[in-house]
Every structure is written in structure tokens, then in C-alpha cells.
Design a protein around this ligand. Structure first.
Ligand code: CP
Length: 327
């Protein structure tokens, strides 16, 4: 029988039922209240989570590391360039060994075509829960915090018009995992989701199909457009963020002609004026200020980016508290 919570892998929210996600959100809310009230929450006393990072991180690393400490356990940060993985040690061997030393393995591996498979390989052999801290396809920790934030700010998600919008950036060629996870999750909460991007930045076809299926089953809707004005118009929530053209172009180069021809895909005050008066501006962060978004927007009255980032702590703690169990 598949585990309901304890020992359950957290690789994509597609493998978690709505009722289980609701429980994670309830626990996140409780943990947030307890954190703000300085209450002790040592539910994971003497437990160790290994936190493996192939890439840089501010929010994910620190929400996990601070989170497990606040739950009474220990987060062991592992820069994978200093592990034997960098000499070719396999996911299977790493997962079996770390399982025997602790109580959870969490990992960020965003390499295109590699990251999700690496997590799946670890999950196949681990005897403790494996948590996805972002891979080439999914970022479930981010999507869960985003859902919590939308529920806090908007109170109801039913028929909320939420637009996930591509934006121009030059900082690095970012994974598709944030818009992909949001596209799959939000229609399950009956949101009316618009995915907007220029040609060349498509998400995989199977994602669009799953997102539409999720909408159909749960009373939401999902549509794709190449027109950003259309996405901003009357929106209740806008999430303009860059992602790379990985689906059509696997080059790791950041700058190319397609990117440069879409500089105008920037979240501006003018575009925000097309949305509802109470529109919320969200971004997983880090933002490429000046390229993805004007400072006046991200620092303005509609921005909820710091609340969104703060909720990464509470949702990460909920995932750990619910999945880490006795060995
Ligand atoms: N949003 C997010 O995952 O941030 P980090 O890359 O800083 O972890």
C-alpha cells in the first residue's frame, strides 16, 4: 500500500491527492501561527534531513535548513560538487547510504533531462522520503507556498483569474519547473488559469494536457495564449516570470535572438493597469529586476512576493513534519 504521509516521496504534487495537499496547507497554517507565537514545535527531534544542492539557492536551502531546526531536527547541507556524485557515484548508491544515516533526502537538481530522473532514481532505492527541492520539471515546494499565499490573500480560489506569464530575463537560463508546477496545481483548486508566453517558450504538450484534465475534474479552466495583454486583462493574480526555452532549444546559452526579440515581455505598471484593481503580483524570486519587472511593481502595493517567500518556510516545515517518520 502506498504511504498516506509518512515515508511518502514529495517529487510532484501530481502524485498527491487534493485532500493530502489540503492537509499540508492546514499544517503549514498551524506551523506559521506557532512560529509567529514563538511556540516550540519539535516534532522531528533527533531527525536528520540531507539537503543536496546541485545549484544555488537562497529560499529553498534556508527554508529547509531553518525549518528542520525549528522542528527539532538537523538539516545536513550537501553541496554536491563536494560529494562523490561529482566523481560519478550513482543516485542509487547515494540514496541507500544516506537513508541509512538519516530520515529524509531532499535534493535540487535542475539539469535538463537529468534532474527529475535523478530524483526518481533516488526515490526508487531510498528507504526514507525523497523531497524535490526543484528539478528540471517540478518545483512542488514553491507551488505549495504559492497556493498557500493565494488562499491567504484572496480567501477563495474558485474561478480566480490567475495568469502565469513569461517575462524577459538575462540572469540565467531558468528551469520551467515553477510555471509547470503552477499550471498543474492551480486548476485543481478551480482557478481559471491563463498561461501566456511568446512563441518558443512552450511548456511540454503533456503538461498542457494534464493541466486541462485537472481543470476539467475540479471546476477550473486552463488556456494558453501568446498575447501578454490578454493575460493581464482583468486578472486577479499575475505571476510574470522568466523561464528558458528548454522544450524547443536545449542549448545552455542564456542569450539568443528569440530571447532578445521578447524584451517587451516585462511586467510594467502600464500592463498591471489592465488587471483587476485588487490584483496580486507574485514571483517565486529571485527576480531579475528591470528586466522581468519594474521596481515600481515588485515594490508596489500589489506585490505579495515577500509573503510568498515567507510561506516557503511554513510549507517546507509541513512537508517535512508530515512525511518524515520513524525508520
Ligand atoms: N524560489 C526559489 O526556489 O528560490 P531559491 O532558488 O533561492 O531557492
Amino acid at each position: 500500500m502506498k504511504p498516506k504521509f509518512k515515508g511518502k516521496h514529495f517529487i510532484t504534487l501530481q502524485e498527491w491527492e487534493n485532500s493530502q495537499i489540503d492537509t499540508l496547507l492546514d499544517v503549514s497554517k498551524t506551523l506559521k501561527e506557532k512560529f509567529l507565537n514563538n511556540e516550540i514545535t519539535n516534532y522531528l527531534e533527533n531527525k536528520t534531513a540531507f539537503l543536496m544542492f546541485f545549484e544555488q539557492s537562497t529560499r529553498t536551502r534556508n527554508s529547509m535548513e531553518a525549518g528542520i531546526a525549528q522542528l527539532g531536527g538537523h538539516g545536513n547541507f550537501l553541496d554536491t560538487s563536494t560529494m562523490q556524485i561529482s566523481h560519478g557515484e550513482k543516485a542509487k548508491d547515494t540514496a541507500i547510504i544516506l537513508s541509512s544515516y538519516g530520515h529524509a533526502i531532499a535534493c535540487r537538481n535542475c539539469f535538463w533531462g537529468i534532474g527529475n530522473q535523478f530524483l526518481r532514481d533516488m526515490a526508487q532505492h531510498a528507504t526514507v522520503p525523497v523531497m524535490n527541492l526543484q528539478c528540471d520539471l517540478y518545483h512542488p515546494m514553491q507551488a505549495l507556498a504559492d497556493l498557500m499565499t493565494i488562499q491567504e490573500v484572496k480567501k477563495t480560489t474558485k474561478n480566480l483569474k490567475v495568469s502565469i506569464i513569461w517575462a524577459y530575463a538575462t540572469s540565467h537560463k531558468k528551469p520551467i519547473s515553477v510555471p509547470l508546477s503552477q499550471s498543474l496545481l492551480f486548476p485543481r483548486y478551480a482557478m481559471d488559469v491563463t498561461l501566456a508566453h511568446p512563441k518558443g517558450y512552450e511548456l511540454p504538450k503533456w503538461v498542457i494536457k494534464q493541466a486541462k484534465d485537472n481543470a476539467l475534474k475540479n471546476g477550473g479552466s486552463f488556456r494558453v495564449t501568446n498575447n501578454q495583454e490578454e493575460a493581464y486583462k482583468d486578472a486577479d493574480v499575475v505571476i510574470p516570470k522568466n523561464w528558458g526555452s528548454w522544450v524547443s532549444n536545449q542549448s545552455k546559452d542564456v542569450l539568443d535572438d528569440t530571447l532578445e526579440s521578447n524584451r517587451h515581455w516585462k511586467c510594467t505598471q502600464k500592463l498591471m493597469a489592465l488587471a483587476n484593481d485588487t490584483v496580486a503580483y507574485m514571483h517565486a524570486l529571485p527576480a531579475d529586476r528591470g528586466n522581468e519587472v519594474e521596481d515600481m511593481v515588485i515594490d508596489g502595493q500589489h506585490s505579495i512576493v515577500y509573503q510568498e517567500a515567507e510561506n516557503r518556510l511554513h510549507t517546507a516545515k509541513a512537508v517535512m513534519a508530515m512525511t518524515i517518520g520513524n525508520k
